[in-house]
Design a protein around this ligand. Structure first.
Ligand code: ZN
Length: 231
């Protein structure tokens, strides 16, 4: 091997090492950026009314328990964009919901936005890294629907009172709330989403709207026939 070849090989090695090191550093940096690459794409490229995941087609994201937002994510611009889009989505005429959880727009993070019927004017609010601390009071059964299970309704047993802990989006301060009545039911429904649970899992009876029922007459969606269809 002459000197010229040795020189070329050395440079090739140096370039390869620099290339590998840069790649590894980029991967390390990318892992610490707020949200995954896929999540950033969903947040940035979606319309202000986001695509709503539906069961059973989007079972992977709907059935996977969500994780907390990191400190970097809590302070990120992408989170502000996501909350604005989640609010627009749940309030849009085509959805017309009273609550939405992040997995319903394809983001596996512990975020819910819902309507506070227990507050004057019924404002929509968002809650970050939310958890139910306790459920108490009597258990009542009421009809529920879900943006992710569009044609269905179900009678679901829920507690009348709930205590939740979360981080406020405006101040990023932790807070605890005691909620009762219909709004407590919405909190339970939305927090279930963050644990991969859908109301059809808890419903005593599941039924479909008359128009959809006509199309799907072959199925009886009340228990126990419903269960084998669950993923
Ligand atoms: Zn739902």
């Amino acid at each position: 091997m002459n000197n010229r070849t040795k020189y070329s090989l050395t440079w090739l090695l140096v370039v390869a090492v620099i290339g590998l090191a840069t790649g590894a550093l980029y991967a390390l940096w990318d892992n610490h950026r707020p949200f995954s690459k896929e999540q950033r794409t969903i947040i940035r490229q979606s319309d202000s009314v986001m695509y709503v995941t539906t069961w059973p087609e989007d079972s992977t994201v709907l059935r996977t328990p969500s994780v907390d937002l990191t400190k970097a994510e809590l302070k990120s611009k992408d989170l502000k964009t996501l909350l604005a889009k989640m609010l627009t989505t749940v309030r849009s005429p085509q959805q017309g919901g009273v609550g939405i959880a992040a997995p319903q727009v394809g983001i596996g993070k512990r975020i819910v936005c819902l309507q506070r019927f227990d507050k004057e004017g019924g404002p929509f609010e968002c809650y970050l890294n939310i958890r139910i601390d306790s459920l108490y009071g009597s258990i009542g059964k009421g009809p529920e629907g879900c943006l992710s299970v569009p044609p269905m309704r179900g009678l679901v047993p829920r507690h009348t009172n709930v205590i939740v802990s979360y981080i406020q989006p405006e101040t990023l301060e932790p807070k605890r709330d005691t909620v009762s009545g219909y709004t407590a039911v919405i909190f339970q429904h939305e927090c279930d989403h963050l644990d991969g649970i859908l109301y059809i899992d808890r419903a005593d009876t599941v039924y479909v709207s008359p128009s959809w029922e006509a199309e799907r007459r072959a199925y009886d969606y009340t228990r126990p026939e419903w269960w084998p269809l669950l993923p």
